[in-house]
Design a protein around this ligand. Structure first.
Ligand code: SF4
Length: 124
């Protein structure tokens, strides 16, 4: 019996394939430096996409500390203001008193457990 693993078996995949046409699209789209998403690290970008998908599927988080909640802390209860951990630095903050993913009134100096803030805005 012939052992194809040890013989000179030629898989159809080994046959010469026509060369692929070079793509005309640029490999990397230029990132908009004014877009806060462009300042996120790879982990944060992944979290951003995941939270957006979650909200698309299940609706916005509420402000509670329960299963559907964002554990929102209003400005007066936010101990991290000096570090820059505030809603107004978060990529989900929409200005005014609104957030893309958390329901209700959102204060600019509040914070919640879902914050995604570019590292350059976090004070050491
Ligand atoms: S920290 Fe971000 S996600 Fe959380 S309520 Fe504030 S703006 Fe929304």
């Amino acid at each position: 019996m012939k052992n194809y693993w040890l013989s000179e078996y030629t898989s159809p995949d080994d046959e010469e394939m026509p060369e692929e046409e070079p793509s005309e699209e640029p490999e990397d789209e230029e990132e908009d430096q004014d877009d806060p998403e462009s300042k996120l690290n790879p982990r944060q970008k992944m979290m951003y996409d995941q939270y957006e998908s979650c909200v698309e599927m299940h609706g916005k988080f509420d402000q509670t500390a329960k299963g559907n909640g964002a554990h929102y802390a209003p400005a007066k209860a936010n101990p991290f203001i000096k570090e820059g951990l505030v809603c107004s630095n978060c990529v989900f903050f929409m200005g005014g008193q609104a957030c893309e993913i958390v329901a209700g009134k959102i204060e600019p100096n509040a914070i919640c457990k879902l914050w995604i803030i570019p590292e350059e805005l976090i004070q050491k």
